[in-house]
Design a protein around this ligand. Sequence first.
Ligand SMILES: [Zn+2]
Length: 257
Amino acid sequence: MPRAQAIVERLDALLRTAEIPDYPAALNGLQFANRGDVHRVATAVDFSSHTVRAAVAARAQMLLVHHGMFWTGLQPVTGPVYERYGLLVTHDMAVYSAHLPLDMHPELGNNALLARRLGLEPSAGFARYKTIDVGLSGCADMATESLVARARQFARDAGGEVVVTPFDAARRTRQWAICTGAGADSDTIREAADRGIDTLVVGEGPHHTAVQARDLGIVVVYAGHYATETLGIRALGDWVAREFGVEAQFLEAPTGL
Ligand SMILES: [Zn+2]
């Protein structure tokens, strides 16, 4: 059975964690070490008391997450934070986090897998962040209503719901873009307009993005932050299972967002 470090080295290479820029709190890579072998990995969208307890119940020695241990910024190791750290030490569980490197991965990434799930063929990137494109874009010729129906089915399968800005029944989608998670903000709406995108699929976004998008003739499909980011981490767990002959289990923990 592999040690956590062997898995970490392969994941760092696969995801190019050293090269891909990210927000400081993402701290991609190994976030918490362990001592023993890894027989089973658990995967979750978010690191939380809930998912740590679920990983313990699943008898995992490694927890892979998309939003890691430091997502909420500096905090003292007291209360629930202390309890979570205690569980990791007691159960000898490592934590590995992959944020933007996972969002943008061409095969295992949230954006690539969501495009595939929606039947969309990407031809370019989208959502520029420093040196990378986090999201994807492409051409289509389909009724916007049928794209929304696919997104709605996808979101429901993950325990969520779709919110979509108003559009005419006859409207067609010809230039689409995807940015999972918190994908709608003033920058991505502006980028979409500049690039002639008519339909933008995201996880979530603030209210003003719907107003801004409508003024620019863009339909925004908010398919759920949680739902759109279940895909990559699940695929990453399956990849580790295949490569290392360990078991992988996805821990469902919908946030309602
Ligand atoms: Zn996210």
